[in-house]
Design a protein. Structure first.
Length: 221
């Protein structure tokens, strides 16, 4: 009897040990993948030929269900090396808190990870250089939902012209590496700062996100 208990304890502990090693390996692999992605993005650092070309990689939790993708960093973001920390970012924080989310519960990045000169929109050629990298980024996070802020993020993933006014608030699907992601296009907070009367539509979209996340949490716990 004692022997049997010893054997069963042995198998139990070796299984726990194997699982610990496996999860540590997975964490290390994931860490390496993020570091590799950062290095790949860094290779594009000369794209804008400016004095400062700080990489603005991402902010938030790598385990987030919600990934938020904007266009490109502005000057405050470039200085702080964090996405969405200027005026548009402050509004984004408020938008998130209106549906009881903190930025640390989400994962935030941009299509383009360096600030274009004079805060201009990135060109199609520039976006095409970053596109494989933002796809890798999504593939590493594997979010349950993607919130695409503004027409640049939307058109990057769907490779066609859209009217953000018409399509916002409509769930769309994108496939990356054999996985389908649910995406919601919505107004960019910088646009909402210019046109505050449009916030009512943004609120509709935020509630869609809130309800979808609640459903996901009830299924995945
Ligand atoms: N606008 C964006 O699209 N991204 C940022 O990080 C800041 C402003």
């Amino acid at each position: 009897m004692d022997n049997l208990k010893l054997i069963s304890d042995y198998y139990h502990f070796s299984e726990v040990f194997d699982r610990l090693i496996y999860s540590k390996k997975n964490q290390n692999n994931k860490k390496n993948s993020f570091e590799n992605l950062k290095k790949e993005i860094e290779k594009l650092s000369t794209i804008y030929n400016k004095n400062i070309n700080n990489l603005v990689f991402a902010d938030g939790s790598k385990n987030a269900n919600l990934m938020i993708i904007g266009e490109a960093p502005g000057s405050v973001e470039e200085k702080m090396q964090k996405p969405f920390v200027g005026d548009a970012g402050k509004l984004l924080d408020k938008m998130l808190s209106s549906i009881n989310l903190l930025r640390k519960d989400t994962y935030i990045t941009n299509v383009v990870n360096f600030r274009p000169p004079d805060n201009r929109k990135p060109t199609t050629t520039e976006i095409n250089q970053f596109f494989p990298l933002i796809k890798k980024h999504v593939d590493l996070i594997k979010p349950k939902i993607i919130l695409l802020l503004g027409s640049t993020a939307l058109e990057t993933f769907f490779n066609k012209k859209y009217s953000i006014t018409k399509i916002r608030g409509t769930w769309l699907e994108i496939q990356i590496n054999n996985k389908i992601y649910d995406c919601l296009p919505s107004f960019h907070p910088a646009f909402l700062l210019r046109q505050p009367d449009q916030k009512k539509f943004s609120w509709v979209d935020l509630k869609l996100i809130r309800d979808r996340l609640a459903k996901i949490n009830s299924v995945y716990g």
